[in-house]
Design a binder for this molecule. Structure first.
Ligand code: FES
Length: 319
């Protein structure tokens, strides 16, 4: 174990030091090292992957990433989901969770002159660390937040942190109308960060495109991979051995590789964490993850093998 930050090869073992509801159905967990030591720092927009029984789910870190003594995550209870959120709503103070080290997939752009943050519902969680860092470093920002009346998470805290830089809405249509107006008026050098329900993200992206924003100024984080179709079968060739592996419909590339004796490091298995990235030698990946940027997708030289597939019948990987 790394004495300084408690990290092991399997991640971090963290004790639940506190738990409270920050909105109806949203529970905030405070996670600390059992020995009281510090935790790895993280950049705004980072997440951790938490072992939730037989599932691993990604959750945004909502606190301050500089020399953190604890990690905080806020979990929306989804009774019809995969069971991870129900598991985390059931654990108690004192329980121990296995948590990955922090991963950054949604950081602020260093070159941005202004940060336009847009959140819907539980999509507010990555924005909390963005707001904290923007205040700390004196960055220009504005936050648009849509939540159902009485169901918004961290609202009082955000009002205190943001002051008049917070715009609140109780409906998606009002939010996207206001955001579209701001997108048309924003000066060059503004970067957009959006997290929330898929339809809201699609609206915001469309507004940015209509206003002439370049894709590299638009940063979107989705909660998890949408329900994915089983996909067409294809064959993958492992370049280093020449082995050919069939990937049937309904079986992920990651599962097919594991079955063929070529395991790939992975964590979330939902296209979120970035752990299962593999280099592509030949063929066109069908990207279905939530991790790669638009530029990385267009380059087509890597694939997240837990969810992504192939546009053709053949894919060759650097394995
Ligand atoms: S295992 Fe997390 S993106 Fe594939």
């Amino acid at each position: 174990m790394n004495e300084r930050d408690g990290r092991t090869d399997e991640g971090l073992l963290l004790r639940v030091a506190g738990a409270e509801h920050v909105a109806a159905d949203i529970r905030m967990l405070r996670l600390r090292r059992a020995d009281g030591g510090g935790l790895p720092p993280f950049v705004p927009g980072s997440h951790v992957v938490v072992d939730c029984g037989d599932r691993r789910n990604a959750y945004s870190l909502t606190g301050d990433g500089i020399e953190p003594e604890e990690y905080t995550i806020s979990v929306l209870r989804c009774p019809g989901g995969d069971g991870g959120s129900v598991f985390l709503h059931g654990i108690e103070v004192g329980d121990v969770l296995r948590v990955s080290g922090p991963r950054s997939a949604f950081p602020p752009a260093a070159s941005a002159h202004h940060h336009l943050l847009v959140a819907g519902g539980i999509g507010i969680t990555p924005m909390l660390s963005h707001v904290r860092a923007a205040r700390q470093w004196g960055r220009s920002f504005r936050l648009y937040y849509a939540h159902r009346p009485g169901a918004g998470a961290h609202v009082a805290e955000l009002r205190r942190l943001c002051g008049d830089r917070l715009r609140e809405y109780t409906g998606r249509a009002d939010l996207t109308r206001a955001v579209r107006a701001e997108l048309r008026a924003s000066p060059l050098g503004t970067h957009l960060y959006a997290c929330g329900p898929g339809e809201m993200l699609d609206d915001v992206r469309a507004g940015a495109a209509e206003a002439g924003w370049l894709a590299d100024r638009v940063h979107v984080e989705r909660f998890s991979a949408a329900e994915l179709d089983p996909g067409a079968p294809f064959t993958v060739t492992l370049a280093r051995s020449g082995t050919r592996v069939s990937v049937p419909s309904g079986v992920s590339l990651l599962e097919a590789l594991e079955k063929a004796g070529t395991p790939v490091p992975n964590m979330c298995r939902q296209g979120v964490c970035g752990e299962c990235r593999v280099s592509v030698v030949r063929g066109r990946p069908l990207h279905r993850d939530l991790y790669l940027s638009e530029a990385e997708r267009a380059a087509a030289d890597t694939v997240m093998c837990c969810v992504s597939r192939c546009l053709d019948q053949e894919l060759e990987l650097d394995l």
